[in-house]
Ligand binder design. Structure first.
Ligand code: APR
Length: 237
């Protein structure tokens, strides 16, 4: 795999062993909230206080979690292959803290907040940024309210052009810890396959789009990935 172009797509499952709950493993509830209430523009318009407090909780949680062996293994894979792009649906920073570089966060990030006026994102992780009160931006003359820098349901994922380009050009496409429910991320494996890539899955259980994979490894990412990465890096080509 060393000389091949590799794209990895990760989902909530890769952070599960770090203690961050996944989305679809608990009766459609996410940390006791309906996803529609806390992860849609309509939810934000209806009750911004609830949504804000919800994401402030997720942001504070970043201080309590650490990368697991799966995150570290992907950083090692990046170092070992010539051409590598890591795309994640996750909004946590565990890939970066595990050593991955230039991570494409297609559903946004928790460490940044977005100005509702200008649309600009700013890094806001000081102690004074972590409370339950709304925060305002530092980019507008009259500071505007900040919203979570998250792609909610019904909003356009970030950096799609870059993602499609990488997937169309790759030789190997690897998905780790994603249920294959949410598009367009779930459709990337089909695009990769159509373009001739070998498709690989590492997931706790069989996802929605199982048939799209040439190679399937069912189990916990933190247990499987370190060994898989060592094997891939010792492959001839
Ligand atoms: N190792 C590997 N896979 C795991 C592990 C683990 N330790 N634990 C859980 N999984 C798998 C589950 O079996 C499931 O298939 O990870 C998957 C997680 O699926 P989801 O919770 O649906 O997460 P994801 O696919 O990332 O969701 C996509 O949906 O709510 C939105 O924007 C949100 O980015 C998110 C998107």
């Amino acid at each position: 795999m060393k000389q091949q172009r590799v794209v990895v797509l990760t989902g909530a499952g890769i952070s599960a062993e770090s203690g961050i709950r996944t989305f679809r493993d608990n009766d459609g509830l996410w940390e006791n909230h309906r996803v529609e209430d806390v992860a849609t523009p309509q939810g934000w318009a209806a009750d911004p206080g609830l949504v804000w407090r919800f994401y402030q909780g997720r942001r504070r949680q970043l201080h309590e979690v650490a990368p697991n062996p799966a995150h570290l293994a992907l950083a090692e894979l990046q170092q070992g292959v010539e051409d590598f792009v890591l795309v994640t649906q996750n909004v946590d920073d565990l890939h970066e803290r595990g050593g991955s570089e230039d991570v494409v966060h297609m559903h946004g990030r928790l460490e940044t907040l977005r100005c509702e006026g200008s649309g600009r994102s700013e890094h806001r992780m000081e102690a004074s940024d972590m409370g339950d009160e709304f925060l305002t931006c530092s980019c507008c003359m009259e500071p505007q309210r900040l919203r979570p820098d998250i792609v909610w349901f019904g909003e356009m994922p970030m950096q799609l052009e870059r993602i499609y380009e990488a997937v169309e050009d790759c030789d190997v496409f690897i998905v780790v810890g994603s249920s294959g429910h949410v598009y367009p991320a779930a459709g990337l494996v089909l695009l990769a396959r159509k373009c001739g890539a070998r498709t690989v899955l590492v997931n706790a259980d069989a996802p929605q789009n199982l048939d799209a994979f040439d190679e399937v490894h069912l189990g916990k990412a933190g247990e499987l990935l370190p060994g898989l990465v060592s094997g891939w890096l010792s492959e001839g080509a």
